[in-house]
Ligand binder design. Sequence first.
Ligand code: SAM
Ligand code: SF4
Length: 333
Amino acid sequence: MQDHFGHRISYLRVSVTDRCNERCSYCMPDELQEWLPRADVLTFPETLRLIRVGAQLGIDKIRVTGGEPLTRKGVTEFLGEVTAVNGIKRVGVSTNGTLLARAGSSGSTIAEEIRAAGVDSLNISLDTLDRAVYQGVTSRDFLPRVLEGIEAAIEARFPQIKLNAVLMRGRNEDALLALIDFAGERELLLRFIELMPVSATEVLNESNFFPISAARRVIEAQLGSLIPQPDFKTSGPATYFQIPGRGQRIGFIGALTNLHFCDTCNKLRLTCDGKLRPCLGSHLEFDILKPLRAGASDDELRNFFLDVVERKPERHEFRENYQPQRRMVAIGG
Ligand code: SAM
Ligand code: SF4
């Protein structure tokens, strides 16, 4: 699938729940949540059917996200079915890491179970190594669990584990070097992510926005000039650098300040309530749950995907006074 702007679509991010066991200030700002009614959420068989349709159109990479995807019952079995879909070559999961070290139904850790289901990459969120700051950001005192979760993921031998840290002025600007050392010691790929105006307008403001350029200056003041790695790519929009004198690479995801951020976009999103979204930073979304439940054929669903790709915008609208309408948890990060 290719849109008018030359974006080749091969990557589908699938949110399987809007629920979460944390309350990150930038994602789910309110403690009192109204969850989507179960009946409005795609069942796993429905989601699988849409993944199969996507795979027939050239989707070869799936990332399962949420909310917190590992809170949904049956997700391990679902992941096993996703990895078995014809044409799907890579399956990743985005997680806050809190449940990875828990024992799953087989008695192994959940990390081991999802690795055994064929998941090959994990993105784990970790904004700070300071327990009080972690609690301040997420409203939960779960840092020790996350650290255990990361060790469980390492033990489960995922081919790729990335750590993602959202940059927040006044919260974690002094945590960058500790995060770099933590990732380096474990040979994990760390990326710093700019805050995006999703979920609610107050999520991003002038006082908490900490651009990747400023993060880079903080890092370079301590570690020397970062060495660009233009040929090193993962499946998303991060740009990577090597730390001088170390083999370690780190990445930056500058959705707001990198003006070329959207040039190589290869993604569609499927929300947990069955909307196909061509872009995280645009209000466009198309209800595929309705035709799916009304008995649409595979051919009709394929045409639905193609129509959504036709409407994919050239770039996101985050820099144009974008007003969020749906919470990030519901869209799927
Ligand atoms: N619960 C999982 C987690 O925390 O990784 C998966 C879902 S979460 C919505 C996916 C990613 O989106 C996380 O790395 C999170 O930090 C990021 N995210 C959420 N809200 C954001 C925002 N306003 N700006 C930038 N990144 C955000
Ligand atoms: Fe939950 Fe992830 Fe959102 Fe935090 S970023 S509230 S962990 S979905």
